[in-house]
Ligand binder design. Structure first.
Ligand SMILES: Nc1ncnc2c1ncn2[C@@H]1O[C@H](COP(=O)(O)OP(=O)(O)OP(=O)(O)O)[C@@H](O)[C@H]1O
Ligand SMILES: [Mg+2]
Length: 281
């Protein structure tokens, strides 16, 4: 599979990684120390410099410099077409920048072979989409295990159960997506994305398909994962209330960072978006 393996929403593009030959040791690109301590880890989970992504004459990203500190929750906002999804795709190694650099957990993505990039994505990067992207014929447990199974590994039942427990769905392991609510389906997608305890979780409008109450449950879970487990999280959203769950909100306009808010309230975020879009949110 090439770098250009799909735009947001291409469910299987994210899941169907090239399988590793069986019996060969996994390359550990980077990981937490065996004792689980944070000593020796970089404090910047994602580092982006001079990032540009052009589609013909369209500059989707036009020179972005950003750091996402480990253990923080960042929301990315901006008008439609401002480059939010492109930023996440490039930062997650799903899309190839035209120029500039992205480093995840201290590893420069641009310098990696296709195989190593695949391994880095699988082990150190989690991604959830608005559309959940679960396979309808598989149970929640099998959906969670699917990426690693496609890679020729066999995660234990206990590990899968623990992943579902982290999102409060241990009792739904045997349910298929059609037997789950939208919020529960997104939590299964989160369990799948977080299964390998990635250095960073990217979420592109993860509550965009959910009603208000269910959105709040998913956002509370994301916040809790940051607070409880130090899960670095970067979330695109159009919803000022969703953004207020984050530690910091970045605003993109025409492929550039146009400002940020720390400790954001929904009111301040909405006011900034109104300025940027020229219409009420
Ligand atoms: N594959 C592509 N080919 C051509 N242009 C593209 C492609 N993907 C994105 N673009 C363009 O790049 C710009 C940024 O798109 P992007 O999807 O990143 O915006 P966005 O901020 O996520 O918008 P939205 O809020 O509507 O999801 C847009 O002008 C879009 O039309
Ligand atoms: Mg988008």
């Amino acid at each position: 599979m090439s770098w250009a393996c799909g735009r947001p929403g291409d469910a299987l593009a994210w899941l169907v990684w090239p399988a590793l030959p069986r019996g060969r040791p996994l390359l550990v690109v980077c990981g937490r120390p065996a004792d689980g301590s944070l000593e020796g880890m970089t404090t910047t989970a994602v580092r982006i410099r001079s990032l540009r992504r052009h589609y013909g004459a369209v500059a989707a990203l036009d020179g972005v410099d950003l750091d996402f500190a480990a253990g923080t929750f960042t929301a990315v906002m901006g008008p439609s077409g401002s480059g939010k999804s492109t930023l996440l795709q490039c930062a997650a190694g799903l899309d190839r920048p035209t120029s500039g650099t992205v480093a995840v957990d201290g590893i420069e993505l641009g310098g990696l072979s296709e195989r190593r990039l695949t391994l880095l994505r699988r082990e150190r990067i989690g991604f959830v989409f608005q559309a959940f992207n679960l396979l309808p014929s598989l149970t929640a447990a099998r959906n969670v295990a699917l990426p690693l199974r496609l890679a020729g590994r066999r995660p234990s039942r206990a590990a899968v159960r623990e992943a579902l427990e982290r999102v409060g769905l241990a009792d739904r392991a045997g349910h298929r997506p059609s037997q789950l609510s939208g919020g529960q389906q997104q939590r299964v997608a989160l369990a799948r994305a977080l299964f390998t305890r990635p250095a960073v979780l990217f979420a592109d409008e993860p509550t965009g398909a959910l009603d208000t109450a269910t959105s709040r449950q998913v956002l509370s879970l994301l916040r809790d994962l940051v607070d409880r487990e130090g899960q670095t999280t970067v979330m695109v959203t159009h919803d000022p209330v969703a953004a207020s769950y984050a530690d910091r909100v970045l605003f993109l306009v025409d492929g550039r960072v146009s400002g940020e808010l720390t400790g954001p309230s929904a009111e301040r975020v909405a006011a900034r978006m109104t300025e940027l879009e020229g219409v009420p949110c």
